[in-house]
Design a protein around this ligand. Structure first.
Ligand SMILES: Cc1cc2nc3c(=O)[nH]c(=O)nc-3n(C[C@H](O)[C@H](O)[C@H](O)COP(=O)(O)OP(=O)(O)OC[C@H]3O[C@@H](n4cnc5c(N)ncnc54)[C@H](O)[C@@H]3O)c2cc1C
Length: 1002
């Protein structure tokens, strides 16, 4: 078949079970596998372990380092964080600040008990010296101190380079091949699988660079191989699909079949021609189904074009709860395409990330096991399946765990199957030295290749892996862990309960809202089907008479609702939360259709509304209980909270469900009756929510929807004499108008809770990781088409990294998909309406004339509707950004010289803009992040992440200055503002004397 024959995209299907099955059920199935003779396993592994312990690794080896400075202590963390960042910092000043910051928070005095007391003491003294020599952040060091500090930094850089070198076979493939050859001098049978290091590609150019590096590596490896060697006898290559395409995500399936597969095929063909092993590494769980689809497409083409080749391989992670089904599926593919496939079985390298993602998305379960023993058990079950499918499958067992190795060897021997073991370069050397002394096992080393800068992420992964208490390598290095514990049978499950489910993240008082894994076809399809079928109903506008009638009704209804015990009001909110979750698809459909949201945003918005309902219910029950206050004897004193009257809630179109529901729920649960005015653009979502609340027990006399223009309906509500409070979210301008209108009214003084916009900045220094910065910028500036109050408007980049970051940002912006929100592949939908589009277009035209264009996302040809291409401009000065631009438009400035020489100067200028909503900070200097947060007059500060998506009760949201009055929505002080307070003092001695005092009470 011609090399450029396209790969058709097959229809998507689920070949595996759901990723969130209950762990207990999956483990029960694993336990049904035939038990191993674990006594024999322990017997085999014990001498290996003893020998390794008797000959501890050299001082500079990772195991020794982590033993000396474990990650559970500040010293270990400091070392890891230095390792992650120091090598990439381009300027000496910042490198010194980083080293001072990290070394300053740790104590490197030799704690005793080291296997290398002399060296440990020496290193501790050097590090301690560094601590004292390095200047504190913000202080001006003297000359001597500077010289000392530079020396310490240079020494630290060198030490980290040496540390990194332990895990990297060479800086480039030639060096690595040379080193491999040297290692083979002592162990001729040793095989290598080379891996080109680097972060995942963020741009098309990155992907091309990685592709070229893989091609070059394959060429070079092939040249060194004997012509007649089978793939299992020769060196091979490992590749990461995330390096070969900047959008290796299930949502971009069509593009991946069209763009990634042909690229990948050129590598596969080259490896097939050289008859070498090419293995596709395993990555995150949401890519698992997609990776199998891509793998099958490759297998089918290999079967046609290279049927004799036996080197195509895939890595499988045992820690995934679907791992058993994955190995079964790979075995099925081998049979179906009559291929011999190579399968590397690993446990998995992204465990912490998988757990975090599931918690953040509020998934029903975890895609990975939450107990280490379960992972070990699954590994053995998968190993058995692979061995049972030999020779069609060639199993490659990658592990450093002596128990796992011994168990695998036992199973393999019983079956007489061919296989190999694998270890990472720089790890497991001791154990395999011992294994090989006793058994002639084939061994392959996974050998990363790359420059210092490229190895950082890899190095940190390995540090985390080795530093984890549960890790075998960690326990092996710790002589206090007895052999029995080290070699415990995974079949002998002990009491560790695993992790609580994502639903239980906030404890028993408040369940976390349930989310959706859009990568799971079974969950995604119904949402899109519903959205496609959703029609947006027309909502009648209220006229002046309707406003008056509603206010009259709410005024009359207030007393009864306020008299309802708080538990009753809270119960109505909780019922509403349940109902909303049950009707998620319907509400998501409306949000997509009416508010033009992409599905991920719609799901997140429904979750936020649910969280508001539950959070305020719990808060009200806690805070509205009468509070007994101390006082003199013979008297009781209590503070009580109750509703103020009719609250007017005015919400915006950008969160027509979440903000609408949050305001209304807070006002209601505090005992107020509520006149709810949604944004003109999004009344249907609001109407549906009001109906839902009525259906859940909120009386119609306590909640009325009033749709209509702000200038008429909104203004009339605010002006109305019966209005006892206003909660408003929207523009600063309208908030001011409301404030004036309230001030002009006769009668009671009416409180206003206003949450308005911001000119939100992100400060990036030269310790930041460009890939992380670009991810955060793309999400913060362009997600939801930039139509979030929290969105990033002003990116402040340090001069030393600005060019590199902007280049990467420009590349990443080329990869964004602007389009129809009904398509899963769409990243950025249209803006809310034609009027907004016109205003944004005018601003962009101004920038075109006055600023330097950094990048603009291409708009697909023929795209109809109010789409605005995400765009970034570099401006000369912060002051040029004067107003909030509510769309996907990013302004960039450089700092690090002149008036913006320091982070403090940047923050002062940002403060001077007068807004104060959100701020992003990207730095590895912890002290700097804290100082910046302290100096910034903003409500929400986010360090080393994106700056959107505040979670109820976790990041209470709201700003200061022009950005709002506070208190923060979704925070502990919010409800109090909706209430009036009353103290109740009762003279308990009035009726005849102080009985309590006389009875001996206090
Ligand atoms: C040659 C080779 C290639 C590799 N390629 C890949 C790859 O392509 N993709 C990839 O993801 N990884 C890959 N790895 C990394 C591999 O996953 C790790 O080395 C592995 O985690 C260490 O396993 P172990 O058996 O040596 O150690 P052990 O200490 O026995 O096991 C550690 C494993 O247990 C898991 N674990 C820890 N705590 C828990 C818990 N509470 N609940 C459940 N599980 C837990 C860890 O996540 C880890 O997977 C590769 C490793 C090798 C040796």
């Amino acid at each position: 078949m011609a090399a450029d024959t396209p790969f058709p995209t097959p229809p998507e299907r689920m070949r595996l079970p759901r990723p969130d099955r209950p762990e207990a059920d999956v483990v029960q199935a694993l336990l049904r596998q035939p038990a191993l003779r674990w006594d024999a396993v322990r017997q085999a592994a014990t001498p290996w372990v003893q020998a390794v312990r008797e000959h501890p690794a050299p001082f500079w080896a990772m195991e020794s380092l982590l033993k000396e400075y474990p990650l559970s202590r500040p010293e270990g963390l400091a070392l890891m964080r230095l390792a992650e960042a120091l090598l990439r910092v381009p300027d000496v000043e910042t490198a010194m600040a980083l080293a001072a910051d990290q070394l300053g928070r740790a104590r490197f005095d030799a704690g005793g008990g080291s296997a290398h007391p002399l060296l440990a003491g020496l290193s501790a003294r050097v590090l301690e010296l560094g601590r004292r020599l390095l200047p504190a952040e913000g202080s001006a060091p003297g000359l001597l101190q500077r010289l000392g500090a530079q020396t310490v930094v240079a020494a630290a850089v060198r030490a980290l380079q040496l540390l990194g070198r332990q895990f990297v076979l060479g800086r480039h493939i030639d060096e690595a091949l040379h080193e491999a050859q040297a290692q083979r001098a002592g162990q001729p049978a040793l095989r290598f699988s080379f891996d080109m290091l680097g972060e995942g590609a963020r741009t098309g150019r990155d992907a091309e660079r990685y592709l070229a590096a893989y091609h070059h590596a394959i060429e070079r490896i092939a040249r060194e191989q004997p012509a007649d060697a089978a793939p299992e006898q020769a060196d091979g290559i490992s590749i990461k699909l995330s390096a070969l395409h900047p959008r290796y995500e299930p949502a971009q399936r069509q593009r991946l079949f069209a763009e990634l597969l042909p690229r990948l095929w050129t590598l596969v063909e080259r490896a097939a021609r050289a008859n070498m092993n090419l293995t596709i590494d395993a990555e995150e769980s949401e890519r698992l189904e997609l990776s199998l689809d891509l793998f099958e497409a490759l297998a089918a083409r290999v079967a046609q074009d290279w049927p004799q080749w036996q080197g195509l391989g895939l890595a499988v992670q045992a820690y995934q709860t679907r791992s058993l089904e994955v190995v079964q599926e790979v075995a099925r593919l081998a049979a179906a395409y009559r291929l011999r496939l190579m399968v590397r079985l690993v446990k998995g390298a992204y465990w912490d990330g998988e757990i975090k993602r599931a918690q953040e998305l509020g998934l029903a379960g975890y895609p990975v096991y939450t107990r280490k023993q379960h992972t070990d058990l699954a590994y053995l079950a998968c190993a058995r399946v692979l061995l049972d499918h030999a020779p069609q499958v060639f199993p490659q067992f990658a592990t450093h765990n002596a128990g796992t190795i011994a168990a695998v060897l036992q199973m393999a021997r019983e079956r007489g199957a061919a296989f190999e073991m694998q270890r990472l370069h720089g790890m497991g050397e001791g154990i395999y030295r011992e294994v090989l002394k006793r058994e002639p096992v084939a061994l392959r080393v996974y050998a990363p290749v790359g420059e210092h800068r490229d190895l950082l992420a890899y190095l940190v992964r390995r540090l985390l892996e080795n530093g984890a208490n549960s890790s075998f390598v960690h326990q092996l290095a710790d002589a206090r862990v007895p052999l029995d514990a080290l070699l415990v049978s995974p079949f002998n499950l002990q009491g560790d309960p695993g992790l609580p489910l994502p639903a239980a993240l906030y404890g028993p008082a408040r369940p976390n809202s349930a989310g959706v894994d859009l990568a799971c076809l079974a969950d995604r399809e119904p949402l899109y089907t519903t959205a496609r079928d959703t029609a947006v109903p027309t909502v009648p506008e209220a006229d002046a008479a309707a406003v008056d009638a509603a206010m009259q009704r709410l005024h009359a209804g207030f007393a009864l609702w306020d008299a309802t015990p708080v538990a009753g009001r809270a119960a109505a909110l909780r019922r509403a939360a349940e109902a909303l979750e049950a009707r998620r698809a319907e509400f998501c459909g409306l949000l997509v259709r009416e508010a033009r949201k992409v599905m991920a945003d719609a799901v997140a918005e429904v979750r936020e509304a649910v969280d508001f309902l539950r959070y305020y219910a719990a808060e009200a029950e806690q805070r509205f209980a009468p509070l007994a206050l101390p006082g003199p004897t013979g008297e009781s004193n209590e503070l009580r909270l109750r509703g103020r009257g009719v609250f007017v809630c005015i919400s915006p179109w950008n969160f027509p469900l979440a903000i609408f529901t949050g305001q209304v729920a807070a006002a209601l649960v505090a005992g107020n009756s509520v006149a709810a005015k949604p944004a003109e653009q999004t009344p249907a979502v609001a109407q549906r929510m009001v109906a839902l609340l009525h259906g859940c027990g909120v009386p119609e006399d306590a909640l009325q929807l009033l749709h209509g223009p702000g200038e008429t309906v909104g203004a009339a509500l605010v002006r109305d004499a019966r209005c006892a409070g206003v909660a408003f979210t929207g523009s600063t301008e309208v908030a001011k108008a409301i404030q004036r209108s309230l001030a002009d009214k006769d009668g009671p003084i009416v409180p206003l809770i206003a949450e308005t916009g911001g000119i939100n900045a992100m400060l990036v220094d030269s310790t930041a990781l460009p890939e992380q910065v670009v991810d955060a910028v793309i999400q913060s500036a362009f997600r939801s088409a930039g139509q979030r109050c929290s969105a990033l408007r002003l990116l402040c980049l340090h001069v030393h990294i600005a060019d590199a970051v902007l280049q990467m940002l420009a590349g990443a912006m080329q990869e964004l998909v602007v389009g129809d929100p009904l398509q899963w592949s769409t990243d950025v939908g249209p803006v809310i309406d034609a009027q907004a589009h016109a205003a944004l277009a005018r601003h962009v035209a101004r920038l075109d004339a006055q600023a330097r264009l950094v990048a603009r996302t291409p708009l697909p040809a023929g795209l109809a509707g109010d789409h605005l291409a995400p765009v970034a401009y570099e401006v000369r000065d912060i002051a040029e950004v004067r107003e909030e631009v509510f769309g996907p438009v990013l302004h960039v400035v450089r700092w690090g010289s002149g008036e913006l020489a320091t982070p403090e100067a940047v923050i002062d200028r940002v403060n001077a803009l007068g807004y104060g909503l959100t701020l992003g900070v990207q730095t590895r200097i912890d002290g700097r992040a804290l100082q910046v947060a302290q100096r910034a007059r903003v409500g929400n500060v986010y360090v080393n992440r994106n700056m959107i998506g505040a979670v109820v009760g976790v990041q209470p949201f709201g700003g200061e200055g022009l950005s709002g009055t506070g208190p923060k929505a979704g925070g502990p002080h919010y409800l109090l503002r909706f209430a009036s307070e009353q103290t109740l003092t009762i003279n308990t001695a009035a009726a005849g004397g102080n009985a309590a005092l006389l009875a001996g009470g206090r």
